[in-house]
Structures are given as structure tokens and as C-alpha cells.
Write a protein that binds this ligand. Structure first.
Ligand code: D6G
Length: 832
């Protein structure tokens, strides 16, 4: 795609837009003039952003049409990735990079006398997710397109994505982020593909008919699902896949009866109610929301997606549903879309009149499910009553699926009723619930975890019975991150240095990154490596000063923990250590402190009291420490508000130390850990999630591991864990803890942080912060000593980058495509 060329499309000519600077300028100015009605005098930064984005979009669209047309023509097998969350972040620069005109565009903008950086900052982050799970989905979309795997992502087009976090009076304040208030140039509405989604009503069966025979679902309250398509371009190839996000519309704009009666406000009620389905993203992470509206969201987008998948299948294959598993693979990102299983059964049986058993056979071949959490309380369960009233036909189908399943269980384990009860999709009790994970397992041919330890613990723990019965369906797919965003785009200086050192094949074939290890001892590379880190620290300092108004000193160590705020992720351990350092320096006990700035960022679920208290504690501790003249030179602590993808892109390249300190056995994988190491930060971490595999890759001497292992945590708890013991025997821990408990950081309300302290003293310290503290502190000591040996540090840093090849999401997606989806790469011919 290097120069202007013509292409024939069903007899229509596509005139390729051309990729040269002049072509780009023409598109930019034409969009500014004819699309937005502006000129050089009147155009705002926003107009410039939109014109630029439209110019890029035009180039994406050409290949998008060709890709989709080729998929249909070749009747390829596609994977549909169903995820309730996506975190694409900003798309303008990434799309420029993917279509290979980043530099050209930058020059074009510059030559027009405009400011490239300011223009790209006009774009709001598309924040349609909470944290790791949503970002993973976006990394996967990128890798699928780059590997030329026919794929379509499905999700919800939330009007309000994740809230904007402000810090006021040390506390988190949530403000709505209205990302759709301005035009989203990356989406195209596709009304021709809208579908009807039913809720409520009653199910009518023919007299004497079994529940497995076709039924009619009547008197429903319907909502329209309207798709919006976003192009997802592969990295400098010919593939452009689709992310299709559904928005809820009312079936009738106005209630005419109410309108005629003169009650105009009431006439809109049903519209408002229907549209509430795609209004907001539930801002909780690793905790099920448990709200009826959430269940509606889950059904809304799965039903819409399945109807869409079937429409596309029939377009190419007619009603030959026996072919379905050869053409379609559906991936469930967590259990949020697990209703897809009974929904596909319903569509097959009720709408297309397939025999129950035939339908069951097809369904299991099509679905695969990824579990993302080990914490039992994070597993989704819905009250049977709620499903019964919202989705009566689905509840019947779930019972029938469960019936079949329990028969198999009892066949395998006769008389083992306890096992039956444990494995049932229905949880008995005062209120009966549907266990969504069980539904997902029973309906899928593959169940995977997201890191080796996680998969192992999942098979031995929460899904043990299932693993005993069907070990073959379980597998591991260690997560990955896309190198395009997480080094190429966010760290151009390092990208350039790596390419100058080992050539640029690593960008498309990450295994080449290993060649960098050969330069780990090269003095010239060291010098440039250090310079790159320094420049990235200065870039961050500049951004923080401009955005947040505070100064950080790039000469200090940058020690960074960025992720959702959660007790199991243990930001509390980190801040406790900051307090211990502060106290040590202030009292003169620590005389060899190496100047460091500790940075935190992350959002807390608005209803998660403890997490919000942790944010407040961090901010209050930061306030006290940062103004202390005695310690100022050695220790600074900052909480950076409103963590999001675009902020991560500045923080990660600037980090010296990456904090990955969850209690062993709690973090399924983590992906932030990979992003930091790829950008040359050294990890301080526990033997948890993917940290373990990172250690295998970089070697135990190049990562700083501390704390109890998952096994040790379990044994300690089984023996009877007594946090007090650790408090009594560690002076720094005692001092730090006492300062919080005595109200040192909150003199006006000394008991303010009692709930946090009590979770440890009276609550049994479920995340073993006390037990791990000494080991964490000592590990930090080792890491700072290592930092002082610059040559050694640079070596380790280079080896971290060099050994991250495994953690490219390209590797992960290759494994999914090969082992689970049975899908090959389909290169879209250049001149189709
Ligand atoms: C995208 C691009 C557009 C194409 C459409 C196909 O919006 O050119 O027509 O996808 O959608 P399906 O027919 O595959 O759903």
C-alpha cells in the first residue's frame, strides 16, 4: 500500500487514497473543509484531530472492505471474541503506525504549521473496560489482525465508559467520562445489521411437548441492538478486522398513547429504560456486580452477537448448521457472555428447529471459555429467580443442559451426590443461583487459565471436580501484550535503539528480540540504553508537571505501581514500606537511602470501601512525606489520578522498578508486569501469576522475587496464621504500622484508617501483608543496591527487554488459534 492505485470492487472502483505526504495533506484539508466546514483561521485542535482521524480512517476503510469481502468469498472460519470489556485507548497514532504512515503524517502535520502532539492528545481514551481483562481483549484484537486471523470482536458501546478519577481532599472522586459527547471518528453505525433482543414475557410450549422441543417466547419487552463497527488494522499488513459494539435503542421512540394524552415526559420512559442497557460500564473489577441491569447487558450483547454470527453464517452457508463448527468459533472472555450457550441453544432449537441433541453437539464444539480469576467470591452467580423473570426460556434450557450434565456425572461417579451438588450448574440454598462458570465449562470444549500457575491452581482448586472428570478440556494460555502499543508506540526511543542494535525484524517476529541479549554487556549500548531511560523519565516528568502540576526528579529511582486498587494487589504493602523508609530516613536509622520517587496510579471500584481508603492513605502519606524537608531529597510519593491506557504509555517506559506484589496465588496472570519488563524496568514481585514465567525467561538473577509462595501461603493459613507475630518481631513494620494506627497521617481524625489496620489485626490479614513485609523490605534493599551498580543494572534491564519475547500477545493468539479455535492465518491478498 505504498502509492495510489486503482482497485475493482464488485464493479465499483476504489480509488486508493495513496500514502504519500501530499496524499495525506489533500485528505486532511479536504476533510477539514468539506466534512467540518473549517479553514486555517477557524479550525480548533479538535477539528484538526477529527480531520486527521478521518484521513487515516479513509485509508483503513479501503483495506477493511477488501478484508471483509475476502473473508466472505473464501468462506473462512472466523473466531468471534465476546468480551464485555475493551480498553483500546487512543487510536489515532496507533492506526497511523499500523498502516505505515506515522512518520509521513507527523511531517505533514508539522509542515502545515500544526502541533502533532497536541492534536493526538485531543482524542479521549476509549475506556470501555475496568482493567487487565479489557486491555487484554484489545491486545488480542491487535494480535489477531496482525497475525491475519479472521476474527470479529463483540462488545457493548457504553455511552459512559470507566469513570474519570479525580482526587479531592485526598480521596477518589468519580466523574462521568463522556467520551461519546464528541464524535468518535473510528466507528461506523450499521443499522442494516440491527437486531431485536427480547426480555421477559412467557414461554409457550405445544401441548405435551418436551422442554427440548421448539417453544415460543411471547409477550416480550424488546430492545433494538444497533451495531457500531470499528476497524482493527493489523501491523503493516493487508488485514483489517472488525470490532462490533452494540448500542441499545428503544423499539419505539415515543409511547404514542402517552404522547397524545399530553404526558410528553412519560412518553419517553420506555425509550429511556431500553437505552439504559448500554449507558454505563459497571466499574467493578474482579467482583460481580450482581445487578439486574448487568444481567441485561450480558444477555443483550451475547444475543445480538449470536444473531449476527448466525446471519453471517447463513449468508455464506445457508441453513446447513452441521457446518457451523467448521466456520465459527466463539470465545467467552470470562463468564460475562456465558448466556451465549443457552442463547445459541434457543436460536438453534426454537428458531431453526434443530433437534436438541444435534444443537447440543454443535454448541459444545463452538464455545471456549477463559477464566480470569481464582477468587471464589469473584465468580459470577445469578439468582435463578432473576433469570427466570428476565429470560424464562433460557432458564428452561439451562435446567435441561444441567439435567444432561448431571446424568453424565452420576454415570461416572454413581452415588456421589455430594459431587453432583458441587458440580451442578444450579447452586442450591436459601436462594438458588446459576453458577455461570459451571455453565461455561459444561457448554465449552476448552477451558483455559491465563498463566501456568493460574491454570494449575484453577484445575486443582475451583474447577477440581470438572478437571477430574474431563481433564482434556483444560489448558493454559499464558497472557501476552501487544508489542505494537507497549513498546513500538509508547517507547519510540527504545524501539529505535533496539532496531539500531539488532535490526528491525523483532517488530513483526518477536522471537528476534532475544538477539538483544548478545548486547547485554556492550558498553556502547549501555550508554544509549541509559540515555533512553533518562529521556523517558524526563518525558514523564514533563507530562506530570503539565497535567498534574507536580514535579518529579528524573535523577531519582522511579518505582511504579499502576493497576486497579485492590486488597489482593497489596498497594497497602507498598505504602507501608514507603512509611518504613520515611521513618528510617527521618530517624537516621537508614543512612544509605538512594533517592526514589514512588508512584501509584489506579482506580478503585466506587463501592469498594477498603480500596478507596487505600487511595486516601496513599495520598495522605504522600502529602506528609513530600513536604518533609528532611526526607524530601530521598523519598517522594505520588498518586497520579485517572489511570488509563494513555497515561500508562508514559509511565511504563519511564519506570526503573515495577511493583508486581500481589499475594501469591491471587493474581491470575497480570499483564502490567510484562509491559514494564519489556520497557526495561526491573520487577520486584511475588511468585504469582505470570511473574513466575517471567522469572523463567529472564533468569532468577534478573528479577527480584520476595515473599511466600502460593503453597506457603496456603500452609501458613492452614497452620493458623498470626499476623501479630510479624508485627512484634519487625521493628520497621511496627513503626510504620503504628504511625498509621496512631493517626499520624490524619491528625484531624486519628482513627480514620482503623478499618485498614483492623483488617490486619482483627481480620486475620487475609493477604498476608505482615508475613511478607520483611522479605519485601529486604528485597527493596537488594534492588537499590543493584541500582547503584550502573553497569550491572543496565545489563539486567537489557536482559529483561531481550527476554520478553514469550509475552507478546502474538504468541498467545497463535496458541489460541492453533489449540482452541482451529483457525489458520488467512492473508488477505493485496490486490483482491
Ligand atoms: C465492516 C466493514 C464493511 C463490511 C462489514 C461486513 O463494517 O465494509 O461490509 O464489516 O460485516 P458482516 O457482513 O461480516 O457482518
Amino acid at each position: 500500500m505504498n502509492s495510489a492505485k486503482d482497485n475493482t470492487l464488485n464493479g465499483w472502483k476504489i480509488h486508493h487514497k495513496g500514502m504519500l505526504k501530499d496524499d495525506m495533506r489533500r485528505s486532511f484539508l479536504s476533510n477539514l473543509t468539506y466534512n467540518l466546514g473549517k479553514d486555517s483561521r477557524t479550525s480548533s485542535l479538535y477539528d484538526q484531530y477529527l480531520s486527521f482521524a478521518y484521513a487515516i480512517r479513509e485509508r483503513l476503510i479501503e483495506q477493511w472492505i477488501l478484508t471483509q469481502r475476502y473473508y466472505h468469498k473464501a468462506n473462512v472460519k472466523r473466531t468471534a471474541y465476546l468480551s464485555l470489556e475493551y480498553l483500546p485507548g487512543r487510536l489515532l497514532e496507533m492506526n497511523c503506525i499500523n498502516i505505515g504512515i506515522h512518520e509521513t503524517s507527523r511531517q505533514m502535520i508539522h509542515e502545515l504549521g500544526l502541533n502533532f502532539e497536541q492534536i493526538v492528545h485531543e482524542e479521549p481514551d476509549a475506556g470501555l473496560g475496568n482493567g487487565g481483562l479489557g486491555r487484554l481483549a484489545s491486545c488480542f484484537m491487535d494480535s489477531m489482525a496482525t497475525l491475519q486471523i479472521p476474527a470479529i470482536g463483540y462488545g457493548i458501546r457504553y455511552q459512559y465508559g470507566i469513570f474519570k478519577q479525580q482526587i479531592a481532599g485526598f480521596r477518589q472522586r468519580e466523574v462521568p467520562e463522556e467520551w461519546l459527547q464528541i464524535i468518535n471518528p473510528w466507528e461506523i453505525e450499521r443499522p442494516e445489521y440491527r437486531v431485536r433482543i427480547k426480555f421477559g414475557g412467557t414461554v409457550d410450549h405445544a401441548p405435551e411437548a418436551s422442554l427440548r422441543a421448539p417453544a415460543q417466547w411471547n409477550d416480550t419487552e424488546d430492545v433494538i441492538a444497533m451495531p457500531y463497527d470499528m476497524p482493527v488494522a493489523g501491523f503493516q499488513n493487508t488485514t483489517v478486522n472488525t470490532l462490533r459494539l452494540w448500542s441499545a435503542n428503544s423499539t419505539n421512540e415515543l409511547d404514542l398513547q402517552e404522547f397524545n394524552r399530553g404526558d410528553y415526559a412519560k412518553a419517553c420512559d420506555s425509550k429511556i429504560e431500553s437505552e439504559s442497557i448500554s449507558k454505563v460500564l459497571y466499574p467493578s473489577d474482579n467482583t460481580p456486580a450482581g445487578k439486574e441491569l448487568r444481567l441485561k447487558q450480558e444477555y443483550f450483547f451475547t444475543s445480538a452477537s449470536l444473531q449476527d454470527i448466525i446471519r453471517r453464517f447463513r449468508q455464506d452457508n445457508g441453513d446447513d448448521f452441521g457446518l457451523f463448527p467448521e466456520k465459527v468459533s466463539i470465545h467467552l472472555n470470562e463468564t460475562h457472555p456465558a448466556l451465549a450457550i443457552p442463547e445459541l441453544m434457543r436460536l438453534f432449537v426454537d428458531e431453526y428447529h434443530l433437534e436438541w441433541d444435534t444443537a447440543r453437539g454443535i454448541v459444545t464444539k463452538v464455545f471456549a471459555y477463559t477464566n480470569h480469576t481464582l477468587m471464589p467470591e469473584a465468580l459470577e452467580k445469578w439468582p435463578v429467580k432473576m433469570i427466570e423473570s428476565l429470560l424464562p426460556r433460557h432458564m428452561e434450557i439451562i435446567y435441561e443442559i444441567n439435567d444432561d450434565f448431571l446424568k453424565t456425572v452420576i454415570g461416572r461417579y454413581p452415588h456421589d451426590t455430594a459431587r453432583m451438588r458441587r458440580m451442578s450448574i444450579i447452586e442450591e440454598g436459601y436462594e438458588r443461583h446459576v453458577r455461570m462458570a459451571h455453565l461455561a465449562i459444561v457448554g465449552s470444549h476448552s477451558v483455559n487459565g491465563v498463566a501456568a500457575l493460574h491454570s494449575q491452581l484453577m484445575q486443582q482448586g475451583i474447577f477440581r471436580d470438572f478437571n477430574e472428570m474431563s481433564p482434556d478440556i483444560f489448558n493454559n494460555k499464558t497472557n501476552g501484550i501487544t508489542p505494537r502499543r507497549w513498546i513500538y508506540k509508547c517507547n519510540p526511543l527504545l524501539t529505535d535503539l533496539v532496531s539500531r542494535t539488532i535490526g528491525n525484524e523483532w517488530i513483526t517476529d518477536f522471537s528476534h528480540l532475544k538477539e538483544l541479549a548478545g548486547y547485554a554487556g556492550d558498553a556502547a549500548v549501555h550508554e544509549q540504553w541509559e540515555l533512553v531511560k533518562r529521556k523517558n523519565k524526563e518525558r514523564l516528568a514533563d507530562i506530570l508537571y503539565r497535567w498534574e502540576g507536580f514535579s518529579v526528579d528524573p535523577h531519582m529511582i522511579f518505582d511504579i505501581q499502576i493497576k486497579r486498587i485492590h486488597e489482593y494487589k497489596r498497594q497497602f504493602l507498598n505504602i507501608l514500606h514507603c512509611i518504613a523508609l520515611y521513618e528510617g530516613i527521618r530517624s537516621g536509622q537508614i543512612t544509605d537511602a538512594v533517592p526514589r520517587t514512588v508512584m501509584f496510579a489506579g482506580k478503585a471500584a466506587p463501592g469498594y470501601y477498603m480500596a478507596k481508603l487505600i487511595i486516601e492513605l496513599i495520598n495522605r502519606v504522600a502529602y506528609t512525606i513530600n513536604k518533609d524537608k528532611k526526607t524530601k531529597k530521598y523519598l517522594q510519593v505520588h498518586f497520579i489520578p485517572n489511570y488509563r491506557v494513555s497515561l500508562a504509555e508514559y509511565l511504563i517506559p519511564a519506570a526503573d522498578i515495577s511493583e508486581q506484589i500481589s499475594t501469591a496465588g491471587t493474581e491470575a496472570s497480570g499483564t502490567g508486569n510484562m509491559k514494564f519488563a519489556l520497557n526495561g524496568a526491573l520487577t520486584i514481585g511475588t511468585m504469582d501469576g505470570a511473574n513466575i514465567e517471567m522469572r523463567e525467561e529472564v533468569g532468577k538473577d534478573n528479577i527480584f522475587i520476595f515473599g511466600l509462595t502460593a503453597d506457603e501461603v496456603r500452609t501458613l493459613k492452614a497452620r493458623g496464621y498470626n499476623p501479630q507475630l510479624y508485627y512484634d518481631t519487625s521493628e520497621p513494620l511496627k513503626q510504620a504500622f503504628d504511625l498509621i494506627e496512631k493517626g499520624y497521617f490524619c491528625p484531624e481524625d486519628p482513627h480514620h484508617f482503623d478499618p485498614l489496620c483492623h483488617s490486619i489485626t482483627d481480620g486475620g490479614d487475609p493477604f498476608v501483608i505482615m508475613a511478607d513485609f520483611e522479605s519485601y523490605m529486604n528485597c527493596h534493599r537488594r534492588i537499590t543496591t543493584a541500582y547503584l551498580d550502573t553497569v550491572q543494572w543496565n545489563r539486567m534491564s537489557i536482559l529483561n527487554t531481550a527476554n520478553m519475547a514469550k509475552f507478546s500477545s502474538d504468541r498467545t493468539i497463535r496458541e489460541y488459534a492453533r489449540d482452541i479455535w482451529g483457525i489458520d492465518a488467512i492473508p488477505v491478498p493485496e490486490e483482491e
